[in-house]
Design a protein. Structure first.
Lengths: 316, 179, 733
């Protein structure tokens, strides 16, 4: 039996680390979601199929700008030394995922805008004639559209992976120290993005296509989760303890019920049945997927902060 | 250049917290926050017990994740003595470094920047020991240059059994505890 | 004759310096010093030497003032007590200056005692009021009816004023609530006490036995430093404590004794050492008196006999006894300090003294050294008035071996009016509510008073009961009397102001002097400023205030301190020898050799309440210090881990403690730990403040003092054994 008393009680790290509250999971979720949207829109633009994929390619880039800005705002809210925010952009720290993230955003915004301008919505065309002109100009240059799409796709994938690497690069928290976290967050972002389009698309074929895509993402996500847990459970004692948080600890219920059950498995079943015409398409599946994506970020961020290299101790 | 670190004799340390108080006053650490602290670890069953008492702080790791994760370069390794420091005006308070430190050695200063032990670089540059080392009534703390094989710290490490904390976390800590 | 007077070292050559001759120069010198103090530059770094007052160890210190603000305080490297390093309380001492809860102005009570409703008044009004009341008491009851409770060097000037007034009853909790029994036990044995700082040569001990002395938590600086030296040198440490103290963590042998049975262990140890002839036979033959009778008295006290009493295995008792003997005379059985545990404490302390005598450690390296001091003449005051009356605290020599006045004796006299009424209390720097057992009795006594004056720095519990509260400057803001220390290396130290008092607080010397003037006792204050007083005393020792102000400390060299170094062994007992068998005890009807009595057990379902120190606090005086409060803001009740499981408690859960008399503590967190026996619980003393104006400390943790409603009085010397209370755990829902 070991008793450990520690005389420290530093806010944010004691009795366990809680440096990040809702802002960071929200930021990571929104970032991942936007990444998914960019990847999808970019893919279709690159393929030159943006005209049949109305919703994906018109709505998502614009929405991406908004959501990403919201995400950035959440991140900003989390900063403790806000008036030095600009310091992010006076340097590029090659080893810091956060620095990468900051700079990725610098290119993500123009890319999003470019993707958005490929197909501005009707009201915008009317309101700002220049956008109409720009869109027609782009229309006549498919190679440029493809390039915009490719940029969007690549940056989307990078952004999505970055949201996971941000955590996995922080070696101090065993739950996060997994290479799967980047792909997992990317897949979750893709599934949320596909779910969103599935939810709002008016064209049936687009809806069905994205439901199928979503199902694929969800299955891959499930696989990533399994790999993630196996990876932890077969590593060091600290990693096992960290996995324990999800496999029989305080975060188990919300993880298995919220993230895996309601956020992945149930919508996967519902959507599979829907694409096979066994049941009607319902908005329920996509909403669950999106909520599940948010829950995933919350669980991983919160549980990760509790995970520790040292054996868990009572602080007094 | 030097590579400063500490060697702490757990046999002598009584856990009196003088090192913590001295750091408070020397560095005007705000109320409710600590750059250093004491861990009392007791093993066994009454009355057959063993206790190790440690004064802990930032380990000024050779592989500091708090530095690599910092997006602004605020957290950095100072040339002087390889001391890990935070430049207050460069820190945005993103707390990545807090999350990345396996020792939870950092905190956010009420003014918003990440803060922690500085190895009292201002004193060391003046040829003094850090405040915690200089105050310790049991003389259990030793500060010095690990690159110098003749320094007290190097010689203590060479001559006595010792351990460091959470080596598995891979940060190569530079504070050692004599058993 | 003071047997130690030959150990005083006169540092000076110019001992001829006449007081009359010095008189003229003096005023000028004093003026010069005070003007230099007044012109404190507001920028840059200043280092001001002084000595610490967070406890009574009086470590030499250097305070740093940065741009006019107190920054930090460090040990004075010239000081043999601190060796340049303060303890955590001393390092955090600057918080006393910054404490936002400090008393700011004199206060006069508006309504009932204890209501804490006050009118802020000027010093003139406050002292005028006090003087008036004192004159009334004097005319009705005589000056003996005013008593002073004071703890620490700061009380000296107030004591002087009260002596001049005619008072004769002065007591401090440092005797009957602290080291009294120990000093009496040693006096009865060696003819001399252990004194403070203790004359223990810990650093050279090769075997150190700590019976409850929890060094490392008890942070008396020099002792802790030397303890670490001893541990670092590989000394064998034997710790006897129901609680696995910090010191126990360093011990080769930890003896988890059943509380209250230490004398049984001591007797068994001595039995082993005597029966196996392991004692220092030459030393005992040369210096001992009554050894044969003593040896005969030990016969029944075998380790096997002690085992059921103490819970310590006979083999362990034998092994540790032999180990002590192996290293003698460098085996130090520490006499402890706070020895008022069970009411048989002077006899237990005598047991410790006798064990040391067997080991030959008194006067020997690694045992007890013979301290020395420098010769600094007292200030030449006019003689004090004399009194026909005896002191009230010990009527008829009820406690024949009391060496000092008994606080609780004065309290009792105040309640009973016997042998004569006590109508005025001055309380200087002692929080009697936390320091004396049985708070209700203290309040009963206070309610019998015509005048209750408290001089304090914070609105403590005792200040809450005062009629007049006088706010004192903290030690960093004032001069005090000189510390003329008895130590291995004798020295003189000066306390001097480092920064100014933030409000209308005044130093004790000023308060004492102004009060004397109001009482018409101006002739007792031939000096106007304490600097004149200090300079006069220092001149008498061939030094000067100016020198002390720059150095803080002047040392008197390193005289021989052990018998082996040439100090002549002297034992100022009636026999002139170490009294293994005490005829003086026998004469007064006490056991001439210690005899064990079983301590009474508590009611079933209760735990013996033990208490002690935390390294970062001093008694009840530091909990509002913002720095030290930050280190430890509340105490916890230590409960044995298995007991905690039985009660369904875990660390951090909240309980109340209820004692045998139904007194219930404040809510306090549980520390469920293997580090304590199952039959007792433990609290760090000084927490659980009830004074509402102690904003930081109010209501945090539980007070041991509140639960100490019972105590056992030591029949030899009137000490109050306080480890005799039992509590049950009331689980908070
Ligand atoms: N229950 C219980 N009782 C005990 C003890 C215990 O452990 N438990 N310990 C005993 C022992 S060993 C001792 S020595 C005594 C100690 O007993 P005390 O010396 O009475 O100790 P404190 O309780 O700290 O009370 C000191 C008071 O002095 C005030 N004070 C502090 N500094 C100054 C100053 O500079 N000037 C003035 N005027 N006032 C000041 C403080 O605010 C506080 O009110 O208590 C004894 N009584
Ligand atoms: N930090 C700090 N240090 C201080 C002080 C302070 O206020 N704060 N005060 C100073 C003063 S004035 C004093 S008097 C000393 C007091 O300190 P000490 O004289 O060292 O210790 P005590 O207060 O007598 O006893 C406390 C220890 O005795 C153990 N104990 C309790 N009952 C028994 C028993 O029946 N048998 C045995 N063997 N052990 C028992 C307790 O578990 C605890 O470890 O500390 C001094 N040092
Ligand atoms: S000051 Fe020294 S003895 Fe005290 S806790 Fe710190 S390291 Fe240990
Ligand atoms: S201990 Fe923590 S804060 Fe200090 S250098 Fe290592 S990782 Fe960084
Ligand atoms: S909180 Fe400051 S020092 Fe820490 S990683 Fe962020 S910017 Fe760097
Ligand atoms: S080295 Fe200086 S900053 Fe670091 S813990 Fe010690 S005193 Fe504090
Ligand atoms: S032992 Fe500590 S509190 Fe006491 S005088 Fe020395 S430094 Fe001050
Ligand atoms: Mo004491």
């Amino acid at each position: 039996m070991t008793e450990l008393l520690i005389t420290r009680s530093n806010h944010l790290v004691d009795p366990y680390v809680h440096v990040w509250a809702w802002q960071i999971p929200v930021y990571l979720f929104l970032g991942g979601w936007v990444a998914g949207m960019m990847s999808l829109a970019g893919y279709f633009q690159w393929q030159g199929r943006h005209r049949d994929r109305q919703c994906t390619c018109v709505l998502t880039p614009w929405l991406g700008v908004v959501l990403l800005s919201l995400g950035m705002f959440a991140l900003f809210l989390d900063l403790e030394h806000k008036r030095y925010f600009w310091r992010l952009y006076t340097t590029f720290e090659i080893a810091s995922p956060m620095s990468w993230g900051a700079w990725i955003l610098v290119v993500v915004y123009p890319a999003l805008l470019a993707a958005a301008l490929v197909q501005p919505p009707q009201w915008l065309r009317r309101a700002v004639p220049a956008t109409e002109a720009l869109a027609s100009w782009l229309e006549s240059r498919p190679a440029l559209v493809r390039a915009v799409g490719l940029a969007s796709l690549v940056l989307g994938l990078a952004l999505g992976i970055y949201t996971g690497i941000l955590l996995s690069a922080l070696g101090a928290r065993p739950l996060w120290s997994s290479a799967i976290l980047g792909p997992l967050f990317l897949l979750s972002g893709l599934s949320s993005a596909a779910a969103f389009v599935h939810l709002v698309a008016r064209r049936r074929d687009e809806r069905v296509f994205l439901a199928r895509a979503d199902n694929l993402f969800l299955m891959l996500e499930l696989a990533a989760i399994v790999l993630f847990l196996i990876g932890l459970a077969t590593a060091t004692e600290a990693h096992k303890q960290a996995a324990g948080l999800l496999l029989g600890g305080p975060y188990t219920a919300v993880f298995w019920v919220g993230v895996v059950g309601l956020g992945i498995a149930v919508p996967l079943v519902v959507q599979s049945l829907a694409v096979r015409h066994r049941i009607q398409h319902t908005p329920l599946g996509p909403i669950m997927v999106i909520a599940g994506g948010l829950a995933l970020r919350f669980v991983i961020v919160y549980a990760g902060q509790v995970s520790h290299w040292a054996p868990q101790v009572a602080q007094f | 250049m030097a590579r400063y670190g500490m060697v702490i004799d757990t046999v002598r340390c009584v856990g009196c917290m003088d090192c913590v108080v001295a750091c408070k006053t020397e560095n005007e650490v705000p109320e409710g926050l600590n750059r250093d602290w004491i861990a009392y670890e007791t093993r066994g069953k009454h009355p057959t017990l063993q206790m190790e008492i440690r004064t802990e702080r930032c380990n000024h790791c050779d592989e500091p994740p708090c530095v690599t994760c910092c997006p602004t370069g605020a957290s950095h390794v100072e040339d002087f003595g390889r001391i890990v420091l935070v430049t207050h005006q460069e820190c945005i308070g993103c707390k990545a470094c807090l999350a990345s430190c396996p020792y939870d050695a950092r905190f956010v200063h009420p003014e918003g920047y990440a803060d922690k032990c500085t190895f009292c670089i201002h004193r060391v540059k003046d040829g003094l020991d850090p405040a915690c080392v200089a105050v310790c009534p049991t003389h259990c703390m030793h500060f010095g240059d690990f690159d110098d094989p003749n320094s007290v710290v190097s010689r203590l490490l060479a001559s006595r059994r010792h351990h460091a904390l959470l080596v598995a976390a891979g940060t190569a800590p530079r504070i050692f505890y004599l058993d | 004759m003071d047997p130690l007077s030959r150990r005083r070292f006169l540092k000076i050559s110019s001992a001829t310096l006449g007081l009359a001759a010095g008189g003229g120069a003096l005023a000028g010198a004093a003026r010069a010093v005070s003007s230099s103090a007044a012109s404190t530059p507001p920028t840059g770094l200043q280092k001001v030497p002084t000595f610490c007052d967070i406890c009574f160890w009086k470590c030499g210190a250097i305070a740093y003032v940065r741009d006019g603000e107190l920054w930090k305080i460090e040990g004075n490297p010239d000081d043999p007590l601190s060796r340049g390093r303060l303890c955590p309380r001393g390092t955090g001492g600057i918080g006393a200056h910054r404490d936002a809860d400090r008393l700011r102005t004199p206060l006069i009570r508006r309504r009932n005692r204890g209501d804490e409703e006050w009118a802020a008044v000027t010093w003139d009004e406050a002292l005028g009021h006090v003087a008036e009341k004192m004159q009334a008491i004097k005319s009705r009851h005589g000056p003996e009816a005013v008593a002073l409770f004071s703890h620490g060097i700061g009380g000296n000037f107030l004591k002087h004023t009260l002596r001049a007034y005619g008072a004769i009853n002065f007591a401090a909790p440092s005797f009957a609530q602290c080291r009294g029994p120990r000093d009496v036990g040693f006096h009865l044995t060696f003819g001399d006490g252990v004194s403070s700082p203790e004359r223990t040569d810990i650093r050279n001990a090769r075997c150190l036995v700590l019976i409850g002395s929890h060094l490392g938590e008890n942070m008396h600086n020099t002792q802790v430093q030397e303890f670490a030296d001893a541990v670092g040198n590989g000394a064998t440490v034997i710790v006897v404590d129901p609680r696995f103290s910090i010191a126990a963590g360093k011990a080769k042998h930890y003896l988890p004794i059943k509380p209250g049975t230490d004398l049984a262990l001591l007797l068994a140890w001595m039995h082993v050492i005597v029966s196996e002839k392991l004692y220092d036979q030459d030393y005992v033959a040369q210096h001992g008196f009554g050894f044969e009778q003593f040896a005969a008295s030990l016969v029944g006290y075998t380790p096997e006999w002690a085992y059921p009493e103490t819970g310590i295995q006979p083999e362990v008792i034998r092994e540790t006894a032999r180990e002590m003997a192996r290293y003698r005379p460098a085996t130090l059985v520490h006499p402890g300090r706070h020895a008022t545990w069970y009411g048989d404490d002077a006899q237990r302390s005598r047991g410790i003294a006798l064990l040391n005598a067997l080991l030959g450690s008194w006067g020997r390296k690694g045992g007890f050294y013979v301290p020395a001091s420098m010769d600094v003449p007292e200030y030449p005051y006019p003689p004090y008035p004399t009194s026909e009356k005896p002191q009230v605290d010990n009527p008829g020599g009820r406690y024949p071996f009391a060496l000092e006045a008994i606080t609780t004796g004065i309290r009792e006299a105040t309640v009973t009016g016997q042998p004569y009424p006590v109508k005025g209390w001055f309380v200087y720097a002692t929080n009697l509510i936390h320091a004396l057992p049985n708070e209700a009795e203290t309040i009963r006594a206070i309610q019998n008073l015509d005048l209750m004056v408290v001089v304090d720095v914070i609105p403590s519990e005792i200040a809450g009961w005062a009629d007049v509260v006088l706010p004192e400057s903290v030690y960093l803001e004032r001069y005090d009397d000189l510390n003329v220390e008895w130590f291995r290396e004798p020295f003189i130290a000066l306390r001097q102001p480092v920064v100014e008092s933030p409000h209308d607080q005044k130093p004790n010397w000023w308060i004492a002097r102004e009060l004397a003037l109001k009482l018409g006792l101006g002739t007792y204050y031939p000096w106007r400023h304490v600097e004149e007083y200090l300079d006069t005393r220092l001149k008498g020792a061939g030094l000067s205030l100016a020198e002390l102000k720059t150095k803080g400390i002047v040392g008197g060299g390193t005289p021989p301190v052990f018998f082996d170094e040439g100090v002549a062994p002297e034992f100022p007992t009636p026999s002139g020898k170490i009294e293994f068998y005490s005829l003086q005890l026998q004469e007064k009807g006490f056991d001439p050799v210690p005899r064990y009595k079983k301590p009474p057990e508590g009611p079933p379902g209760t735990f013996r309440l033990l208490y002690g120190r935390a390294p970062v606090h001093s008694f009840s005086r530091t909990q509002t210090n913002p720095i030290l409060h930050d280190m430890m803001s509340e105490n916890a009740v230590w409960v044995n881990a298995d007991v905690a499981v039985r009660y369904g408690l875990k660390t951090g859960d909240v309980v109340r403690l209820k004692n045998q008399d139904g007194v219930v503590s404040r809510p306090v967190k549980v520390l469920a730990t293997e580090r304590i026996r199952p039959d007792c619980v433990y609290l760090v003393h000084g927490f659980g403040h009830t004074a509402t104006r102690l904003r930081r400390a109010y209501g945090k943790g539980a007070s041991d003092a509140q639960l100490i409603t019972r105590y056992e009085t030591d029949p030899l010397m009137g000490g109050t054994g306080m480890n005799v209370n039992f509590v049950s755990l009331e689980v908070e829902s």
